[in-house]
Write a protein that binds this ligand. Structure first.
Ligand code: ADP
Ligand code: ZN
Length: 675
């Protein structure tokens, strides 16, 4: 009797490809095995999804080809992983091949790579074990939380640790991790962006030393393949600290998943597919493996807080900061008044300049936060008002003025051009408008020539260790003023920072998204958390044109619960998540008319199937990126509707439409739970 295998290949075309298994590989080509198969004139490697005795009806027997080889003696992918991949493919509306491509380090799809050969790490003779230290003893608040969490895990799979900034959440994690490792189980510790966690890995390494691996996109592909192998081959008792892709590792004995800073938007993969949220995938992973989940944050996502409120998740709270530190004091500065009275120096108000001067005088450090990189977000003609745009994207070019010189750059595609000396439309004078971190750095240097400053944004941290170096020099007080984008808001601890200033808060909450206030509140509360570490109460100065905005009331009281009550009511009233499920479909094509026609055809089909759950055709806030015109449709599925069935219908509609005009050749990207 012939044996067949359905194989997943790292291609986004169809889910699986069927091959005949020759006798010599019959016993090796099991589910999860890494195999080489012919595809057209090439050979590619993939993973056996399932074996079968007969062919699917859609496949003709004479067209079936034989698989070429099985690469290892044991499966490289576990059955649990395959179940998770399948769930992701269904939930995020993408071919399972997309999941495979995201899940496996490239190297592991290399024919030469072997899961059988001993890894280089174990071959290397006796690397000295790093010295480790026991965890710090817990404070009474931390001990209470640890008990509460353990207790709630008896009944609930997911527990939220809601602890104010600097309450010592990491120490709670460390104790819970240690317990799991002692019992021989694996622990996954997810962090939003590992590049930003140098301080964290140091703290974990101090306790866990050689029992810990790090897995994220800045680790080389070869190293990631080694970690994958390590987890696969001798899994027990290991801690993996990783960014979102670490959810794909082949855990066999997972006891605990920690999702640190669970509210962070960077847990969501935007591009390419699968457009997954690592928190959701982590919870599904834990459901399938029986592991417990701990979500930690000072500013929970609205969805998470909702789940805690309804009792779906457990919750434990820490309201006190470590070592009796007070919460920072928030002071607002009304920019309307400051500009009106001409009490500004560049983009810093006089009272802010005064406070910075005082703190520097006392030998303290200051953080200045402006959530825009570059020198200025755009240029504008003073006569006709036109703004230079990217030739390929519908966005203004950002002005940069840094060590590389002065130039304009598109933040969507990287296009660059020289600064304009005159308006190309009318010959008028062009001026820079608004300000980013580079301009702020200039202004600060002029105001405080004796102070040492550093800038931390995407541009200043591109080089390999640049980020660590900035953190190091600021922690060691070689720098007095740190200027940065949202990078400076993340989980950093500096003992001498007494003042944090937000230069322009308004741009944070004036975004066209139902998450706009949530994001702004989280960002402001997190940046505030960097102030006042040792000894005295820290201060946060926020410059804004809208000081009466309700967000500042909640922020001033650090009242995340009240903020939540306000937001959850709006979400319910206007039917946004968590009260509905959202699926966005983005259409892309070079020709605008074709994009429109395809969007209209899709809208008609979706409306026929889903009625008014389908939106009208929408223009996204940026309507063209890299020469492709964009349109969007959105589905709102009520919570009690069968979501799985709805997704099947969407997939079927997409499958039918994609082979005929006007959708043929138009890219259609589904996004489940868009951010
Ligand atoms: P969070 O993650 O809640 O912001 P951290 O866990 O980073 O807070 O703790 C804040 C600071 O307090 C860190 O510098 C940490 O080393 C210190 N800390 C917290 N708990 C303890 C403890 N039990 N013993 C000693 N130091 C602690
Ligand atoms: Zn561009």
């Amino acid at each position: 009797m012939p044996v067949y295998a359905d194989v997943i290949l790292p291609l986004a075309i169809q889910d699986t490809y069927t091959y005949r298994v020759p006798d010599e590989w019959a016993s090796a080509a099991v589910t999860g095995a890494r195999v080489v198969v012919p595809l057209g004139k090439k050979e590619v490697s993939g993973i056996v999804y399932r074996r079968r005795d007969d062919l699917p009806s859609s496949v003709e027997a004479e067209k079936v080809r034989e698989l070429t080889a099985v690469l290892d003696t044991a499966p490289a992918v576990t059955e649990e992983q395959l179940r998770l991949w399948q769930w992701m493919s269904d939930y995020y509306l993408c071919p399972i091949g997309d999941v495979l491509a995201a899940a496996l380090p490239n190297k592991t799809l290399d024919r030469q790579f072997s899961f059988d050969a001993p890894s280089r790490r174990t071959k290397r003779a006796h690397t000295p074990a790093t010295e480790t230290h026991p965890p710090y003893p817990l404070t009474s608040q931390q001990a209470r939380c640890t008990d509460e969490i353990r207790q709630q895990w008896q009944e609930k799979q997911v527990v939220l640790l809601h602890g104010v900034t600097s309450s010592g959440k990491t120490e709670v994690y460390i104790h819970l991790i240690e317990e799991q490792l002692q019992e021989g189980r694996q622990v996954l510790y997810l962090v939003p962006e590992i590049a930003l966690t140098a301080q964290l890995t140091d703290r974990l390494e101090r306790v866990f030393g050689g029992r810990m691996s790090v897995y994220h996109s800045r680790v080389s592909d070869t190293k990631r393949a080694e970690v994958y192998k390590q987890v696969l081959n001798h899994g027990p008792g290991r801690l993996v600290v990783g960014a979102r892709s670490a959810v794909f590792l082949p855990f066999r004995n997972l006891g605990l998943v920690i999702v640190d800073e669970e509210h962070e938007a960077s847990y969501k993969q935007q591009d390419p597919a699968p457009r997954y949220h690592a928190r959701s995938v982590a919870i599904m992973l834990a459901t399938q493996t029986g592991a417990r989940v701990l979500l930690g944050t000072a500013t929970p996502a609205i969805e998470t807080q909702r789940n805690a409120e309804t009792g779906k998740y457990g919750i434990s709270r820490m309201t006190e900061r470590f070592a009796g530190l007070q919460m920072p004091r928030i002071t607002l500065i009304d920019l309307n008044r400051q500009y009106h009275r001409k009490e500004m120096y560049g983009h810093l108000s006089d009272p802010l300049v005064e406070r910075i001067r005082e703190e520097l005088g006392k030998g303290k450090q200051v953080i200045l936060f402006q959530n825009r990189r570059g020198y200025a977000p755009y240029m504008q003609c003073t006569q006709c008002g036109s703004v230079p745009k990217c030739p390929d994207c519908d966005v203004a070019l950002t002005v940069h003025r840094n060590l590389r010189g002065s130039y304009m750059q598109c933040h969507y595609c990287g296009y660059e051009s020289a600064l304009l000396s005159a308006c190309p439309e009318c010959g008028g004078e062009v001026r820079v408008r608004g300000f980013g971190t580079e301009r702020l750095e200039d202004e600060v240097a002029q105001l405080f020539p004796e102070a040492k400053t550093a800038r931390m944004d995407l541009d200043s941290t591109r080089k390999k260790d640049a980020y660590q170096e900035i953190i190091r020099s600021f922690s060691q007080h070689e720098v007095d003023i740190l200027i940065g984008t949202q990078m400076v808001t993340k989980g950093l601890h500096f003992d001498d920072v007494s003042l944090v200033a937000v230069l322009q808060a308004d741009s944070l909450f004036n975004q066209p998204s139902f998450r706009s206030y949530e994001r702004a509140f989280q960002m402001l509360e997190q940046v505030a958390g960097r102030a006042g570490r040792k000894g005295q109460q820290g201060e946060v100065i926020i410059q804004t044109f809208d000081p009466k905005h309700p967000i500042f009331d909640y922020l001033g009281r650090h009242d995340t619960d009240d903020f939540y009550r306000w937001q959850i009511q709006e979400r319910e009233q206007f039917r946004f998540p968590p009260f509905v499920h959202l699926i966005t479909l983005t259409l892309k094509h070079r020709d605008e008319r074709r994009t429109e026609e395809a969007a209209e055809a899709l809208r008609q089909r979706l409306t026929a199937a889903f009625g008014n759950r389908c939106s009208a055709v929408m223009q996204p806030s940026v309507t063209r990126i890299q020469s492709l015109h964009l349109r969007q449709l959105q589905l709102r599925i009520e919570r009690n509707a069968p979501l799985g069935k709805a997704k099947q219908m969407v997939r079927e509609i997409l499958r039918q439409l994609s082979s005929t005009p006007p959708c043929k050749g138009v890219i259609i990207q589904p996004d489940t739970d868009p951010m």
